[in-house]
Design a protein around this ligand. Structure first.
Ligand SMILES: *Cc1c(COP(=O)(O)O)cnc(C)c1O
Length: 412
């Protein structure tokens, strides 16, 4: 049955081996090493000639099951689960980038990704070229023979900017450049990365997939669509392994050497979370739309930013790209930082915390927290105002959230 829908496919993904006890969910294999019957078998496993688990830093049945679920729902060529979203980004780039290369991206990035590109990678001779990804001619002016990838986030946080993915994909294809998307805000079920020409998809499972902020994890989804002969580092691999060039370099070298494997416990939690992804995200998205519409009508609220509001310049694009959904993040502004703090301190239900896409609704003042190390000028370029709060909306009953916001607004 190939025409099954998302939730059915996720829930009924078959493991690589039937459980000897008939367990209905792949259990947590919390062990480091696996034994073999013969020396021949262990040699075949190490050389990759016979698929088998030998050591949990390299592969593990519980982690593999999460990878299989992702493969099943996305139709990807290969999936690698890693310790965190940041591990997914660093593993993917260390696989495709070498000294002298550059990465074309927007400055509107998750904070640690920005730091990884502009500091960590810079020190190894990999340059980052920031540009406005909503401006096609600006992107083209940044691409050259040393560009190893164009990287973008589907809905940027906290600007909530959405790039024209079909247009971006066309440019990447025209220049034979790999397109890498961080789809944490719009994981599979929202967004079909393969359809839009994305070569490598990155997802932080910590967010929507973990099933309520239960654990940290990340995914590298390889669609097998990019012609790796265009990548300088993988050229030789591509001649030998074709479509599998990236995956072999990653699995047989980079991933093993960096050691950022996903723990089996976390893989288990994320696999369970994935089973209820559609249920939870539908609710999160409905709640966010309702809250955004309500907040827009409040006189004390200066501004509401949410791509699901019809007056947002990203409304039509967002609706067409993400399965009619707009995500579960919104930002709104009061008149001063002091007002934001007073409002936040009066909330009774909504939690003051970082993280996104938990089952709980979370609020944060990005200017004084996530961006506290940036200069006021940097914050301005990144669109971070001291009057802005970010709300990550959970699965509670929307009226209860509205009542909480109402009573806190009444106190300012
Ligand atoms: C959280 C996040 C990451 C990093 O994920 P971790 O699991 O925290 O390492 C990367 N990209 C985006 C868009 C995120 O929201």
């Amino acid at each position: 049955m190939s025409n099954l829908h998302f939730s059915t496919k996720v829930i009924h993904t078959s493991p690589s081996k039937k459980d000897p006890h008939g367990a209905l969910h792949v259990p947590v294999y919390n062990n480091a090493a696996f034994e073999f019957e013969t020396s021949e078998d262990i040699a075949l496993a190490f050389s990759g000639k016979k698929p088998a688990h030998s050591y949990s830093r390299v592969s593990n049945p519980t982690v593999e099951y999460l990878e299989l679920q992702l493969k099943n729902i996305t139709g990807a060529f290969a999936v690698t689960a890693v310790a965190s979203g940041m591990a997914a980004i660093s593993n993917a780039f260390i696989t495709v980038a070498q000294q002298g290369n550059n990465i074309v991206t927007s400055p509107h990035l998750f904070g640690n990704t920005y730091s990884l590109f502009s500091q960590t990678f810079q020190a190894f001779g990999i340059e980052v070229r920031f540009c406005d990804l909503t401006n096609i001619s600006e992107i083209e002016s940044k691409i050259d023979v040393n560009t190893c990838a164009i990287f973008f986030e589907t809905i940027t946080n906290p600007q909530l900017e959405v790039v024209d993915i079909p247009a971006l994909s066309k440019i990447a294809a025209k220049h034979n450049v790999l397109l890498i998307a961080d789809t944490t805000a719009t994981p599979p079920y929202f967004f079909n990365a393969k359809k839009y020409g994305i070569g490598i998809e990155i997802i932080s499972c910590t967010k929507f997939i973990s099933g309520g902020g239960t654990s940290i994890g990340g995914l590298i989804v390889d669609y097998g669509t990019y012609d790796w002969t265009h990548n300088k580092k993988l050229q030789a691999h591509a001649e030998k392994h074709g479509q599998g060039a990236f995956n072999i370099k990653l699995r047989r070298e980079v991933y093993k050497n960096l050691g950022a494997c996903l723990s089996p416990e976390n893989a288990y939690l994320q696999s369970l979370g994935l089973e209820t992804l559609a249920l939870r995200t539908d609710k999160c998205c409905e709640n966010t739309l309702q809250l955004a519409q309500w907040l827009s009508k409040q006189t004390k609220v200066k501004l509401v930013n949410f791509p699901g509001l019809e007056n947002s310049k990203y409304y039509t694009l967002t609706k067409s790209l993400f399965n009619g959904k707009f995500g579960s993040l919104l930002t709104f502004d009061l008149t001063s930082q002091e007002q934001c703090f007073r409002f936040m301190d009066n909330l009774k239900l909504i939690r003051r915390a970082t993280n996104l896409q938990d089952n709980k609704t979370l609020i944060i003042h990005p200017y004084t927290t996530i961006y506290c190390d940036n200069t006021p000028e940097e914050k301005q370029t990144m669109g971070i105002a001291d009057t802005m709060m970010r709300l990550s909306v959970g699965i509670e009953y929307a009226d209860d959230l509205i009542a909480d916001i109402q009573q806190a607004l009444d106190k300012i």
